[in-house]
Write a protein that binds this ligand. Structure first.
Ligand code: CA
Length: 275
């Protein structure tokens, strides 16, 4: 009888002991910023959240964070697992997107690691206006012939035209020394386009006359047919405006024929307007 009782005792202690460890907040979880803001456009820079786990216990551990959200939210990950040294914040990115047209509202992301829980709010903001005088390309789905691995396809339509932030806010192709390259936007519904503005790379270190786009054609698409509405050659400027008779188009693009270094086609920002 006594031996049986001794055997049973450690087994019954084991399960509560494991639960108590997480209940004692051995792992703290965090999410910044709060709220995270999301604009319901495919290339608009928004919805970037940083998740964190901190081991507040006395021993290193492995933790799993489960990530879920309201059904309107599309999350780039649903789990964050990591080895956690004592006292060290371990971070992971979470991207949140919502379908085009999602109405402004606040939704929730739920984070759970052990018994620790955190609710992070997501604020859906209005999409930027696309009326007369507004940049029709801002945040819309970009399309390119190729995109270099260090760059983002969306970098040329993210609203950031600052050449000093070229690495984070620009685009260039992946085919060094090979032209043409194309970059543009497919519209969800046809719009009238009469002016295109190119911001090519033009910084103190990388002036447009050395690294910028030199030769390019502006094309608009009607149905499935592309038409060239502007031609620029021997450009050395960072900011080039091409105006033409407005065309109701379902897409606009640059066909880049050469750059001043004959290497890459570098776009900091591409804009289009109705007139
Ligand atoms: Ca940009």
């Amino acid at each position: 009888m006594r031996r049986a009782a001794l055997l049973a005792l450690p087994l019954t202690l084991l399960v509560p002991a494991a639960a108590v460890a997480s209940g004692n907040k051995q792992v703290e979880i965090s999410a910044t910023p709060q709220p995270v803001e999301v604009v319901p456009l495919p290339c608009f820079p928004s919805g970037k959240l940083t998740l964190g786990m901190t081991n507040t216990g006395r021993k290193a551990t492995v933790a799993d964070m489960r990530i879920s959200g309201d059904p309107e939210l599309m999350l780039s990950r649903h789990q964050f697992s990591s080895y956690l040294p004592v006292g060290q914040l371990v971070k992971a990115p979470l991207e949140v997107t919502v379908p085009r047209g999602t109405a402004p509202a606040t939704y929730d992301i739920r984070l759970q690691a052990g018994r620790e829980q955190l609710t992070a709010p997501v604020a859906i903001r209005p999409a930027p206006p696309k009326g007369p005088g507004d940049n029709l390309l801002l945040g819309e789905q970009a399309a390119a012939s190729s995109t270099h691995g260090n760059m983002r396809l969306c970098g040329g339509v993210d609203g950031n035209a600052d050449s000093a932030q070229w690495g984070a806010g620009g685009w260039h192709d992946a085919t060094k020394g090979v032209f043409p390259d194309t970059y543009g936007v497919d519209f969800v519904t046809p719009v009238s386009v009469g002016r295109v503005v190119l911001h090519t790379l033009d910084s103190a270190r990388y002036p447009a006359s050395v690294m910028g786009i030199r030769d390019f054609d502006v094309q608009v698409r009607t149905g499935s047919e592309w038409a060239t509405v502007g031609v620029v050659r021997d450009n050395t400027q960072g900011w080039v405006t091409v105006s033409f008779d407005p065309v109701t188009s379902n897409a606009v693009r640059l066909v880049i024929q050469d750059s001043n270094d004959h290497g890459y086609s570098r776009i900091v920002e591409l804009e289009a307007y109705s007139s």
